[in-house]
Design a protein around this ligand. Structure first.
Ligand SMILES: [Zn+2]
Length: 81
C-alpha cells in the first residue's frame, strides 16, 4: 500500500497521514502501546475508493523497541541478532 496502490481493489487513490501534525491522535488514539511507558504513533494509509486502512509504526526508534518488548510469533523469532 505504501507504493500507492490498494492491495484490495487495485485503486491508486491512496492517501497517507505521514505528515500529519500530532499523528499520535488525541489521547494516543492513533498509537499502539509498546510497553508500559511507551506509545508508538501510527502512519495510516487509506484507500479513498474502498476505505481500506493500513497502519505502520511511524517512529523507527519505537519500531526497534517492539522486538524487545513484545512476544515473537514468527518462525525466525529465535534467531534474533
Ligand atoms: Zn481500495
Amino acid at each position: 500500500m505504501k507504493d500507492g496502490k490498494c492491495p484490495k481493489c487495485g485503486s491508486k487513490q491512496i492517501f497517507s497521514s505521514e505528515d500529519l501534525v500530532l499523528k499520535g491522535g488525541p489521547f494516543g488514539s492513533n498509537s499502539i502501546p509498546v510497553s508500559l511507558t511507551s506509545m508508538a504513533a501510527l502512519d495510516n494509509y487509506v484507500c479513498a475508493d474502498c476505505g481500506l486502512v493500513e497502519s505502520y509504526v511511524a517512529d523507527q526508534d519505537k519500531l526497534k523497541e517492539i522486538p524487545k518488548k513484545w512476544k515473537p510469533i514468527g518462525v525466525d523469532a529465535d534467531s534474533e541478532a
